[in-house]
Design a protein around this ligand. Structure first.
Ligand code: SRM
Ligand code: SF4
Length: 576
């Protein structure tokens, strides 16, 4: 039985229920040439279509003085389930970025593409443009299951193809069924009948068999990982699936639920939380169990306060045992005891990897996930030239990096020559291991939530921290460092050994003590540091680490051994 909308529910709930399956007044909003914005209620609905209305925050105050409306534009998040895109898709995204957006492509922390700076009048053309190459932005954002993540390049794993397939199946199963997306953006034309979900109204009526009219109380995220790589940070997800191999085959998954990282400063009832391990399920049962978790959240999630509406709070409220019981009852599947597995790291491994069938993957470092041509570094052009030669694939990683996947041996010299010529190989390999393990969220100038810079600032801060790394001889030691412009956690800073979270312009909270493999959250160490403060705090810590660590000891573990922070053993003691 799906819940009714009540007066106490949030405005978003009321907007959803009266939207006629996500239509609202989007068509009128798009047709209104008087403003660059859309109707306020439509700003909630357009998220389900994969887009956010934004302003250029660098210009907001100047335009206010000039009595102009803010410079509205739209971010579009294009789903790439499992992160695997074709060269044709890469080329199309590259071209759309120039034609309709700000000339850059953002590779996100969830293996999706983002376009920024798209004007309202260009939204339809941009969406049509990527639909023609079988990409979509439906459910890129919104209170539904988002882009499904999957380890893009596990170690010589024979189960990888099977795990990727499960990711695709999950993505297809929980893609909203509404035809509004096709009606609004594609004039009712489904782009391709081979798409794994129906784009036709059943009997002329939309229906959402899993979500219902009010969809989920909040965003919902699913990720799959293939040990020993936790490169999708599975425990940060509402559902995390850890592939278990037996005799070279995919046996099933250890399933964890109730992860999520967002929190609000000053509201300790909000906290980052890692997913609880529920147990092992066979591959054949994965979709059924995921659906049971999704419908449990649909029916029990908080619809009165969006700050407390993620699955992690539902699990806390029901209690993990009762939650698990509910999922078992709904699915008819009993969890077996979790199988043994071991994660080694949550980052990407750069460079060449043989695929086992004579081809190669090449993992490249893309700073901040931003593919752009800037002075002295024409990365976007270089990747376009590669895409025109390459007949394998492009794999977006959960660490905002890029794998040129399945390179044919005969194409390798040409691709290598292009990357050499444009300095892309050097830009990957000349970095300290710290920078290679860095992540920064978008933050300013497009993100409405940002209190401080992240993507635009971290490279310059890293230039300075790199100095310390070299002084202390740590330049080849991998330490994870992640920065966000606010506590929402988009670059997963609470899973970084050094987490920097923006509190106000130029000021950051410093978190320490997370596990290198993504299995333990960090904890607040210092507040409101400016650049000098960050460097002054980090220098002695890194010096001590260089001098006193045990063999193989990671920086996060060292911080706990030194008692600089207490280990966070559960989301509920993150703030303690
Ligand atoms: Fe995020 C909201 C960008 C991954 C937690 N996130 C936003 C918005 C849409 C800001 C807004 O609400 O107006 C940001 C758009 C900025 C822009 O201009 O592009 C934004 N999030 C991003 C991306 C692009 C960061 C990046 O630099 O790569 C990532 C896109 C992922 C994707 O392709 O789907 C991104 N966001 C994440 C992650 C990491 C992850 O999922 O692994 C998290 C933490 C995990 C989690 O969900 O708990 C994350 N984003 C949030 C939250 C806090 C959610 C919460 O439960 O409190 C918000 C705010 C919200 O939902 O109210 C948010
Ligand atoms: Fe914006 Fe905050 Fe997410 Fe960064 S962490 S992209 S500032 S919402």
């Amino acid at each position: 039985m799906q819940p009714e909308t009540k007066p106490s529910h949030t405005e978003v709930e009321h907007v959803k229920v009266k939207s006629d399956y996500l239509r609202g007044t989007l068509v009128e909003s798009l047709d209104n040439a008087v403003t660059g914005a859309i109707n306020p209620e439509d700003t909630h609905l357009i998220k389900f279509h994969g887009s956010y209305q934004q302003t250029d925050r660098d210009l907001d105050s100047e335009r206010k003085v000039q009595k102009l409306e803010p410079l509205y534009s739209f971010m579009i998040r294009v789903r790439v389930p499992g992160g695997v895109a074709s060269p044709a898709q890469w080329l199309r995204m590259d071209a759309l970025a120039d034609k309709y957006a700000n000339g850059t492509l953002k590779l996100t922390t969830r293996q999706a593409f983002q376009l920024h700076g798209v004007r309202k009048r260009h939204l339809k053309s941009a969406i049509r443009g990527f639909n023609e190459v079988l990409l979509d932005s439906l459910a890129g954002c919104g209170d539904v299951s988002r882009n499904v993540m999957c380890s893009p390049i596990p170690d010589e794993s024979r189960v990888h193809a099977a795990v990727q397939q499960v990711a695709q199946d999950i993505s297809a199963a929980f893609t909203p069924r509404t035809t509004a997306y096709y009606e609004i953006w594609l004039d009712g034309q489904p782009v391709d009948k081979s798409q794994p979900f129906s784009t036709q109204k059943a009997g002329g009526q939309d229906e959402e068999p899993v979500y219902g009219k009010t969809y989920l109380p909040r965003k919902f995220k699913i990720a799959l990982a293939v040990p020993p790589q936790n490169d999708t940070d599975v425990f940060a997800n509402d559902i995390g699936l850890i592939a278990i191999e037996k005799d070279g085959e995919l046996a099933g998954f250890n399933l964890a639920a109730g992860g999520g990282l967002g929190m609000t400063f000053g509201e300790p009832q909000t906290f980052p939380r890692l997913a609880d391990m529920l147990g092992f399920v066979e591959t054949k049962d994965v979709l059924t169990v995921c659906e049971a978790i999704i419908t449990t959240q649909r029916d029990h999630g908080n619809r009165e306060n969006r700050r407390l509406s993620r699955l992690k709070y539902t699990v806390e409220r029901l209690g993990p045992a009762a939650f698990k019981q509910e999922v078992e009852t709904r699915s008819g599947v009993s969890f077996q005891a979790a199988k043994p597995y071991r994660f080694e790291h949550s980052g990407d491994r750069y460079g060449w990897t043989p695929t086992g069938d004579g081809r190669f993957h090449l993992t490249l470092f893309i700073e901040g996930g931003r593919v752009a041509d800037v002075e002295n570094y024409a990365l976007k052009t270089a990747l376009r030239v590669v895409a025109n030669i390459h007949d394998g694939d492009f794999r977006l990683t959960g660490n905002q990096n890029l794998i040129i996947g399945n390179i044919a041996p005969e194409k390798r010299p040409a691709i290598e020559a292009v990357l050499e010529k444009y300095g892309v190989l050097e830009a990957t390999f000349r970095q300290t291991a710290l920078r290679q393990n860095s992540l920064a969220c978008v933050a300013l100038n497009t993100c409405s939530q940002a209190f401080a810079e992240a993507e635009r600032y971290l490279p310059a801060l890293l230039d300075k921290i790199d100095g310390i790394m070299r002084e202390t001889g740590l330049q080849n030691d991998a330490i994870t460092i992640r920065m966000t412009g606010c506590p929402n956690g988009c670059a997963r800073p609470y899973l970084a050994e050094i987490g920097l979270v923006g509190k106000s312009p130029g000021r950051y909270n410093l978190y320490l003590g997370a596990a290198f493999n993504g299995e333990r959250l960090n904890k607040l160490y210092r507040e409101m540091l400016d650049e000098e403060g960050i460097l002054n705090e980090l220098r002695p810590l890194l010096q001590a680490y260089a001098a006193e660590r045990n063999p193989g000891e990671h920086f996060g573990d060292f911080c706990i051994r030194k008692d600089w922070v207490k280990a966070t053993t559960h989301g509920t003691n993150f703030h303690l």
